[in-house]
Design a protein around this ligand. Sequence first.
Ligand code: FAD
Length: 176
Amino acid sequence: MATATGVEGSLIYAVSSLLRDEISAYGSAIFLLDLLPDKTPEQVLVEVRHPRGSRSLSSHLKSRLKLDGIKAALLHELLSKEAINDPVRLAHAIKVLPVKLVAARPIEEAISSAGGVMFEGLDAQLQLKLPDGTAQAVFCAGEMLDWEAPTGGYLLTACFASGCAAGQGVLRHFGL
Ligand SMILES: Cc1cc2nc3c(=O)[nH]c(=O)nc-3n(C[C@H](O)[C@H](O)[C@H](O)COP(=O)(O)OP(=O)(O)OC[C@H]3O[C@@H](n4cnc5c(N)ncnc54)[C@H](O)[C@@H]3O)c2cc1C
């Protein structure tokens, strides 16, 4: 899904940790989009090369390849004028379109965030391992934990499950 500032959706969520790590290591990340996965590169090239007469490139791509809307907009956005008018480069880009990302959205917009309390610092009841003699007992659950959970319903499931485990830990801690 293209948004005003970039991309999101289940496809992006699935690789968001890889993209984020790439951006923090190299300043940007590039993923390659196949705009017509049901067609081979050869089929795409044949259709792009098909004589288009007086028709515009946009209507040519729409009629020969059913390529319009956001896909056509992406080609115009990401390809140079020379590349879009070169049938070989255009056909290649339709199958392997590089999309460059430069940053993740701010944390205020995040559905889930990486980082948090590491499992090594917790016991089986999700209680923080603190030095002997510490009066406080701290239990952690949900987004407090250092996890990279898959989105799509699993975050809430894991928050509820870890909240339940921590709650049971609290009861046990107080002998209830
Ligand atoms: C827009 C959006 C869509 C999402 N969609 C899905 C989805 O479809 N499926 C899914 O599984 N997950 C989804 N998630 C993720 C899911 O909602 C979160 O992972 C989950 O709610 C986290 O639960 P939590 O209890 O760990 O944290 P939170 O729900 O953030 O709860 C933390 C609570 O602590 C309170 N708090 C913070 N600081 C203090 C303080 N100092 N003292 C007292 N209270 C404090 C906050 O006010 C908040 O109520 C979505 C998240 C967002 C933002």
